[in-house]
Ligand binder design. Structure first.
Ligand code: TXA
Ligand code: MG
Length: 349
């Protein structure tokens, strides 16, 4: 398939508008468009179109067995295909548009191909101006997973999406780098009024609890805990996701213990995801330092994590080490993505 690459950057609003209009035509007529959001790039199709999920997953190179997030221009547009609730509107008031996805009961008109057979649907109202303009101009809700090939990290800029998806989609809209860098927070309202956190993101557990005054329970899978009675036969197969080609191993310890550990390693090609503060102490070691920001600046780390994981593939490292993030605030999202990229390989120092 021929892929068109169009810029939709803020410095050229006329070009951006015509690119968005062209993309909206493609969505309306059943095509596939890669578009920027504030989290990661999405691979979108008309959510009300029966074949949307099949087309999307054919492009991603996997079976259509994972439910898709449906993107709307305004929170109330969810009423077109989902049963909204007062709690949904409270969440929308506090966090939409923005990097939050809410699970609702699906109405009958929503193709069950989009929800992978579930009677619930994931709803998200993105804040990125290009995403918002595209959904508005299309006049339909847009089903979109992250625009990566199955298994690789989500793309945080249009060139990463292009690397994976060129020739597989009708258009790529380049709206620059994504601000959040990790996918949206997903919550599921429970019958008792609490929220189940299914995927951590830039809207943190703490922010949800503070703004809404509700209890937020973290789903065990977020921290990599297994369900009772569940056995991991092949952890690598089960969890490897967002994974670089090199071995990726997390170090659970203090800065001093990490530095000591790295100094003892004799492998030929080692890289280390390095907090800025650690750079000086490590500069003499034969380890390639990949700086991810200051230790406390989880926002900066989230923004660059997937880009760094992708870039490492070009350099042929044997092993990549990284500090195990703390699970507070946005750290929980980093922890969740990194334990999966590392297929749960953690060394306690
Ligand atoms: O930030 C994001 O959410 C990005 C951008 C493009 O919006 N999208 C994204 O989509 O990350 P994807 O397909 O990579 O991840 C969607 C997640 C999956 O983990 C899926 O299982 C979950 O949403 N999901 C979708 N519908 C669901 C449902 N009805 N119940 C529970 N989980 C659901
Ligand atoms: Mg994804």
């Amino acid at each position: 398939m021929e892929t068109r690459y169009q810029y939709a950057l803020p410095d050229d609003p006329l070009q951006a508008q015509s690119a968005v209009e062209e993309a909206a035509d493609i969505i309306r007529t059943g095509g596939l468009v890669i578009f920027p959001t504030e989290t990661v790039y999405g691979l979108g199709a008309n959510a009300l179109f029966e074949d949307a999920a099949a087309k999307i997953y054919a492009a991603k190179g996997r079976p259509a067995d994972n439910p898709l997030i449906v993107h709307v221009a305004h929170p109330k547009d969810a009423e077109g295909f989902a049963h909204t609730t007062p709690l949904y509107y409270r969440l929308a008031e506090a966090f939409m548009p923005g990097p939050l996805t809410v699970i609702l009961a699906a109405k009958d008109n929503l193709p069950r191909t989009v929800t992978a057979g579930l009677d619930t649907v994931a709803v998200r109202c993105p804040s990125h101006p290009v995403a918002a303009a595209l959904i508005e101009a299309s006049g339909v809700p847009i089903a979109a997973p992250s625009a990566n090939l199955s298994g690789s990290p989500s793309p945080t800029n249009a060139l990463h999406a292009k690397d994976d998806m060129w020739g597989r989609v009708d258009m790529i809209l380049d709206g620059g780098e994504c601000l959040c860098g990790v996918e949206s927070t997903i919550v599921k309202p429970e019958e008792d009024g609490s929220l189940l956190l299914l995927r951590p993101g830039s809207v943190t557990k703490e922010a949800l609890e503070t703004r809404l005054g509700v209890t937020v329970r973290v789903a065990p899978a977020v921290l990599g805990q297994l369900k009772e009675g569940e056995k991991v036969l092949s952890p690598g197969m089960k969890y490897r996701h967002y994974a670089p080609k090199a071995q990726f191993i997390l170090l659970d310890g203090t800065a001093e213990s990490r530095i000591k550990f790295l100094a003892e390693q004799k492998n030929n090609k080692i890289a280390y995801l390095c907090y800025d503060e650690e750079g000086e102490a490590l500069s003499a070691l034969p380890v390639k330092l990949l700086f991810i920001g200051k230790e406390q600046d989880t926002q900066a780390q989230a923004q660059v994590l997937f880009r760094i994981l992708r870039d490492t593939d070009k350099e042929g490292f044997d092993v990549i080490y990284a500090p195990l993030p703390k699970t507070e605030g946005l750290g929980l999202a980093l922890y969740n993505r990194m334990i999966r990229a590392a297929a749960h390989q953690i060394i306690s120092l």
